[in-house]
Design a protein around this ligand. Sequence first.
Ligand code: SF4
Ligand code: SF4
Ligand code: SF4
Length: 423
Amino acid sequence: MAIYDNMQAMEEEIIKCMKCGNCQAVCPVYKEVSTESGVARGKIQLAAKILRGEAKYTPELYKKFDLCLQCQACSANCPCGVKAHKIIMAARAELTRQDMLPFAKKAAFNVLRRPALFDFGLRLGSTFQSLAFKKNDTGMSPRFPIGLEMRRVIPALADKPLRSELPEVNAVANAKRKVAFFTGCVTNYIYTNVGKAVVEVLNHNGVDVIIPKEQHCCGAPATINGDIETGKAMAKSHVDIFSKLDVEAIITVCGTCGGTFEQKYLELLADDPVYAEKAKVVASKIRDIAEYLVDELQVDFSQLGNVPITFTYHEPCHIGRGMGLTRQPLEMLTKLPGITYKPMSQPNRCCGGAGSFSLTNYDVSYGILQKKIDDIQSTNANVVVTGCGSCRMQLEDGLAQGKLPHKVMHVIEVVQQAYRNAK
Ligand code: SF4
Ligand code: SF4
Ligand code: SF4
């Protein structure tokens, strides 16, 4: 049985919890709301009630399980090894089966499931965004209430999506290796420079980069919110697209995308007779860009050009705790000539973004973000580097709200600078 198909599959995980409350110390949400249902322990007890048939499926119950970033801090720090974030996901899936998914999310995931419609909507959005948003120095803010916090600063959609700008095959003379690139939505529609930096740096290292045109959203927003059917459809589609390719790796630039391919697709398709094995092969090829450059290509970063910045690093939850990549991004960045690293006190504390969480729970999200911004400020760095587009959006909002001058860059953009400065 695939784990999100039935709450029963979570029973063993649920009874492992000894209610010690250690998760309170690490849960960013609990630090804001201070309620038992805000922390993993409380949610696990609610999940136990679902299993016993004692909990009523109500919108209020959905809201309680919605109040979680899926940052995995609870699971990483639980003395009993309880995978609390998975129990929370399973409860969301059960609530969605009981028709408790809010209408707006249901409608959004219906669009996500139709890649052509999703793409059309975002291209249209790019053309008409100035009607709904006013531009300022740091990004854009809503002109009128459109379901987004009025003070929120968000980046503009790119004029042209990355996958329309770059060819499907980005080859170099005498290539030694060939990889595929899963761009993800944020890189495809917003931070297109990140995708261009990936291709430039890989080509520079003699790697051909294939960007399959038919790829689309990885489905994480739907899966994480409990819409497992949409998650499965997206998983099958990507397993088909990427297993056709003769490549040694599939590069990602976002921990949520990477973790979705590496772990969620396996969980979603575990009992599928056709897709379970194919999904494992695809998952085994997933490499975050930092992981690929450091571990596979073994680039000598100390020989690149000067990058005269003082930076601090925000470790995205889904790259650090999710994909287990705590070493590679910093190993790469700190070796670059001319660069200075000023660590935050808690680089791996969640920024509070978590995709739709920051839309539906802006106040809680903003409280979490504020702690991250304070930590950034205490470092005296002038650049914040991270490896996830949605963290970047969140950090840019926090820095803009605080009228702070810091620039936010993706790790691969810093490495691109080093290659350019070496010329
Ligand atoms: S989830 Fe883990 S840390 Fe939290 S109460 Fe249960 S056993 Fe303790
Ligand atoms: S995943 Fe993060 S936000 Fe959710 S309960 Fe665990 S620590 Fe709290
Ligand atoms: S937004 Fe970033 S820091 Fe927050 S949960 Fe997602 S990956 Fe983690």
